[in-house]
Design a protein around this ligand. Sequence first.
Ligand code: KIV
Length: 260
Amino acid sequence: MSKNLAIWEKAKREGRKMTMITAYDYPFARLAEAAGMDAVLVGDSLGMMIAGDADTLRVSLEQTEYHVSIVAKAVTRALVMADLPFGSFEESPAQAFASSARLLKAGADMVKLEGGAPMVETVAFLSRRAIPVCAHIGLTPQHVRQLGGFKRQGKTPDAAAKLIEDAHALTEAGARMVLMEAIPAELAAEITRQLTVPTIGIGAGPGTDGQVLVMHDVLGLNPDRAPGFAKRYLDGADLVRTALAQYAEEVRGGSFPPAG
Ligand code: KIV
């Protein structure tokens, strides 16, 4: 439970599971840390969770920088990971470095970037320049147009072999963590066994070193969204709606605010 990446590596060696959740603002980031999360991800899922978009493509570097800065203010112990948003890193390693530096200056401890083999050169460039990188493979939501939707990946033997190859290439280039999204559990477990760096899974079964979920899914804040792999631990939407309805009712009925 530390900002120190070495602690994550030690946890992997010792077989201790690590925990991560997304947070985009100060109060939820504080609650995540108070609940004992090992890491907080300022994910580009903020486009879907906060802005109500259908995908993550519209999220900008400036928006991410802002959310990282408020999350980092709230978090003193947990590792703060920030997504490099679509369009902020793919053009060249130099572009990726400039964007990553902005996120680190805003308070991130580490950046996450989506993509397999085509990102190897960029990961190497960043890693040699003091930027800790988490590589995100499997379902990469920034590629949703190319993938034709949010579809599970690595289902055929060839696709699975490619993911294993990508995971090795990215970590050999310097990636300090690998996040795997929506791939078969056995494949994620096999990649986890083969890599020396910690792996984090979402929709990738129990065999990864850590798990990440989206805050709004865990708290049931978006009743229209129920990804199969997420677990809803609270019916947050219902609790909030009930509280707000009670407030409105008390104002209309004259019992709030009290006289005097
Ligand atoms: O943006 C995000 O929240 C993510 C998680 C789904 C891993 O990348």
